[in-house]
Design a protein. Structure first.
Length: 325
């Protein structure tokens, strides 16, 4: 992109044009070196044009596949908009390891939100990154924050206990459960279950007894974690994304907890810790990219891989030779 086009894109972003925002997100999610450099310039320019203190509320929405995350976001987002707040929804879809493609169909399940001028929805592929989010999610959150969105939702892929990355880039994480979730609970209890902030058992309207049982299972699981004993028993909501029961209560709790966290400084401290983590992760990524971009490394890699595939070299020795080279 030429300098004049980049300047126009930044101006359009500052004016709040949606097409410009969609284009900028594509740049932020790109792996190309020129796009990464441009993404940094775009964010820096917007920081200088707006108040660098602009902070939206970032929420992570996660849970097992089929729990109804998109439907729940539709219900939750509708209530956000009713309070006069602007909403940004960033669903992350799994990328196929075979074709490399993603369906990106979450927008179709959020019809009411997609029609609102105060809501922006942008699905993104997870790409090669594990953890339930994409490599560009953190930068996209900051971009949307600078464009005056009050609440930003990240909907993770939805694969279970390894979806921990979202917790390192949001202010609160909401974990959804199905009413019949014994297997899901077993899979989650040593992962994200420990670090979520709010718990919501969905589909209470069609399986009330099972939902109540699920709540008891969650309380039993909490009792074995020292972290819960230190911070107190978390809130567990029973409700339905379809009927909307319990969703307003979650929004009220989110807003109340945010006000409290800001008043005592934990909100700001969490953001500073996340910035430090982002710096360290970004540094590792840049070093690896620069390393593998070198011709000498590429040549050595091809030679060693060829020997490895022929059976003349074992994995351990291959790693040793590659590091020496």
């Amino acid at each position: 992109m030429k300098a004049k086009e980049e300047k126009r894109l930044i101006e359009d972003l500052h004016k709040g044009q949606r097409r410009a925002l969609a284009r900028a997100i594509t740049i932020l999610e790109s792996d190309a070196k020129s796009d990464r450099e441009q993404a940094a310039r775009i964010l820096a320019a917007l920081e200088s044009m707006t108040s660098s203190q602009k902070i939206g509320l970032r929420l992570g929405i996660t849970g097992p596949p089929g729990v109804g995350k998109s439907t729940w976001i539709e219900a939750f987002g509708t209530r956000v908009l009713s309070k006069g707040l602007r909403l940004c929804v960033l669903p992350v879809d799994p990328t196929s390891p075979v074709s490399g493609g993603s369906l990106l169909g979450d927008r179709t399940r959020m019809e009411n939100l997609s029609r609102s001028e105060d809501c922006f929805i942008r699905p993104s592929p997870s790409g090669r990154k594990a953890g339930g989010v994409s490599e560009g999610t953190r930068d996209v959150l900051r971009l949307c924050e600078l464009l005056d969105f009050d609440i930003l939702l990240v909907e993770t892929v939805g694969v279970g206990q390894n979806e921990l990355d979202v917790c390192s880039m949001v202010d609160l994480t909401i974990l959804l459960f199905p009413p019949f979730g014994g297997d899901e609970l077993q899979g989650l209890k040593k992962g994200i279950l420990e670090i979520a902030d709010i718990y919501f058992v969905n589909k209470f309207d069609v399986a009330a007894d099972a939902a109540q049982s699920m709540k008891q299972d969650l309380l039993a699981a909490f009792s074995v974690f020292p972290s819960f004993l230190e911070r107190g028993r978390p809130e567990i909501y029973l409700g339905s994304a379809l009927s909307g029961d319990g969703v307003s209560e979650v929004l009220d709790t989110v807003l109340e907890q945010t006000v409290q966290a800001k008043s005592i400084g934990t909100f700001q401290q969490r953001r500073r810790d996340q910035e430090l983590l982002s710096f360290r992760e970004g540094l590792k990524t840049r070093i690896l990219r620069d390393y593998f971009a070198k011709n000498s490394v590429q040549q050595a890699l091809k030679k060693i891989e060829k020997e490895l595939q022929s059976g003349r070299l074992g994995v351990g020795e291959a790693l040793k030779r590659m590091l020496k080279s």
